[in-house]
Each structure stands twice: as C-alpha cells, then as structure tokens.
Design a protein around this ligand. Structure first.
Ligand code: ZN
Length: 132
C-alpha cells in the first residue's frame, strides 16, 4: 500500500549551490547530508512538513545521476512514495505490467527501496521506499 509522498529528489550540479538556492527559497536548513559511494552520489535532505526535498549531486561520472544531468540538466530526478512493504509492492506492480528497475527492494537512502522504470510511469522516475 502506498502511504504518502516520502521525498522529491532534485539533481544538482553542486550540492553547495543547490542548498543555497533551496535554503533561500524555503528558509529551512538541511536535516542531514550523506554520501552514498555505491550509488555515486552525495545527498542533502530538507524536511518540508512531512515531505523531504532531497538534493543529489553525482560524485561518480558513471552514475545514473551524472548521466541524467548530462542529458537533461538540473531538475526533478525522481519522486519517492513510502510503502509498507516494498517487495510486495514491486511484485504486485510487475503483475500489473509496470516495468521495474529493481525487481526486489535494496538498501537506499530512504530505507529499503526499489525503482520503477519511467517508461511505465509517464516519464517520471518513481522510487518506492519502506522505512527500516
Ligand atoms: Zn530518492
């Protein structure tokens, strides 16, 4: 079951610059920043009500986020929905014909996560996350 929007993720060329922009815009400082070497990104989370804005900067030129920036430039990278059981949700979506990037949940910034392919979701990369 999908519970709520967990976060909206924005790809930026520079986390420092991105944070300046969004701190200025929202008047809120990031709750934390984190480097995720296996995804080739560093990220900063800004809590707005009960939804996070996540800024991500690639640290590896081969990462998906680096390729996204090259192709599309800065902007919304994905939307994440919180679910109660990510594996169950992925399985159920697959049976409905939704194309998955992750067939099974894996560890990510937002908990146990899985991505759906934008080909199946009107061009929007969607992440599902189960809090762990
Ligand atoms: Zn995310």
């Amino acid at each position: 079951m999908i519970k709520k929007v967990d976060h909206v993720s924005i790809a930026v060329n520079s986390l420092e610059e991105g944070l300046k922009t969004f701190e200025n815009l929202l008047g809120i400082k990031p709750s934390h920043t984190e480097e995720v070497p296996d995804q080739g990104i560093k990220a900063a989370m800004i809590m707005v009500g009960d939804v996070e804005i996540e800024l991500i900067e690639p640290t590896n030129p081969e990462s998906g986020v680096a390729k996204f920036l090259e192709k599309k430039g800065e902007g919304i990278h994905h939307i994440c929905f919180e679910v109660d059981d990510v594996d169950k949700e992925l399985e159920s979506l697959a049976t409905k014909g939704v194309e998955l990037i992750d067939k099974q949940g894996r560890k990510g910034l937002a908990g146990k996560i899985g991505f759906l392919h934008p080909r199946s979701t009107k061009g929007v990369l969607i992440e599902l996350a189960q809090k762990i």
